[in-house]
Design a protein around this ligand. Structure first.
Ligand code: ADP
Ligand code: MG
Length: 284
């Protein structure tokens, strides 16, 4: 996307914007910036209004909600500037890259590492669900590590924005990103409740433990059929060494009936997290 020639003067008063581009998405360009008052670095996401024609008001409303959000596992919003042509959204900086790329590199995670990741995702999601906000597009591309260290915090990004920026029908398009993480009731357009996020976390948990997704198809239609059936297996070749506690939590997150699916609160109480903590204690 072509960017406007200069930044709003109010933004330039408080922030130095780096020339370096951190990333590009389908709607936004992301740069690094520094708050002159504190020296703290942030990410600056620039969304051209051209790209969201007719939905500017929706974005403004959503940004007001996101401004209230403050949790260590969620990329939080610090500042917003708006001009005739663009929105400038200043958020936490997350320089450790996407879980998606780390997963590609590592193949899969140990249960201990997976428990650490999933717990962080659940803590962030519980915080939002407690405030009646649902993400609706949780997937490894939307989970960013705050830094490159081994103990980096995982942060959820793109909250609320995804539903505005991506065309509704885009959920049904495989072009940008895999739709393999969406709940069956999203595909049948029967549900957009908070429980859709838990399904997605179930898919993420399954995927980080074995290195492949539970639902699969040669093409988009086959993938959707696979999700709509909701049938997945713990293939012996990959799952025989994995604990029953992990499988039980996956089963409760990939519960087909959204009303019976485990909540973020209850998932955090699941014995798997205790089990992993105890295993860790035994190692020390
Ligand atoms: P879009 O919603 O248009 O896909 P994204 O929010 O996914 O845009 O941003 C595009 C890319 O910019 C991301 O894949 C990531 O590499 C980078 N990026 C986004 N947000 C941040 C951030 N807070 N900190 C660091 N890099 C980011
Ligand atoms: Mg993106």
């Amino acid at each position: 996307p072509k960017e406007p020639s200069s930044y709003p003067s109010s933004l330039e008063k408080y922030y130095n914007v780096s020339k370096k581009v951190l990333g590009r998405g389908s709607f936004a360009e992301v740069k690094e910036c520094t708050d002159k008052r504190t020296g703290i670095n942030y990410a600056l996401k620039i969304i051209l209004k051209k790209a969201i024609k007719g939905k500017e008001q929706m974005l403004t409303t959503e940004l007001d909600v996101l401004k209230q959000v403050n949790h260590p596992n969620i990329v939080s919003l610090h500042d917003i500037y708006e001009t005739k042509d663009a929105f400038y959204i200043i958020t936490d900086l997350a320089l450790g890259g996407e879980l998606y790329n780390q997963l590609l590199q590592r193949g899969s995670y140990t249960e201990k590492d997976a428990a650490n990741l999933i717990e962080q995702i659940l803590l962030g999601v519980k915080y939002l669900h407690d405030r009646d906000i649902a993400h609706r597009d949780l997937k490894p591309e939307n989970l960013l590590f705050s830094d490159k260290s081994e103990f980096s915090t995982l942060k959820i990004t793109d909250f609320g924005l995804s539903k505005i920026l991506k065309h509704h029908d885009d959920i049904l398009m495989t072009a940008c990103g895999t739709p393999g993480y969406v709940a069956p009731e999203v595909l049948t357009q029967n549900g957009y409740g908070k429980s859709v996020d838990i399904w997605s976390i179930g898919v993420i948990l399954y995927t980080v433990l074995c290195g492949y997704t539970p639902f699969w198809g040669e093409n988009q239609k086959a993938l959707f059929d696979s999700i709509l059936k909701g049938v997945y297996h713990f293939d012996n070749d990959y799952w025989s060494e994995i604990s029953d506690e992990a499988k039980d939590l996956i089963n409760k997150m990939l519960e087909y009936n959204p009303d019976k699916r485990i909540t973020a609160h209850d998932a955090l109480q699941h014995p798997w997290f205790k089990y992993e903590a105890d295993e860790l204690k035994n190692e020390l």
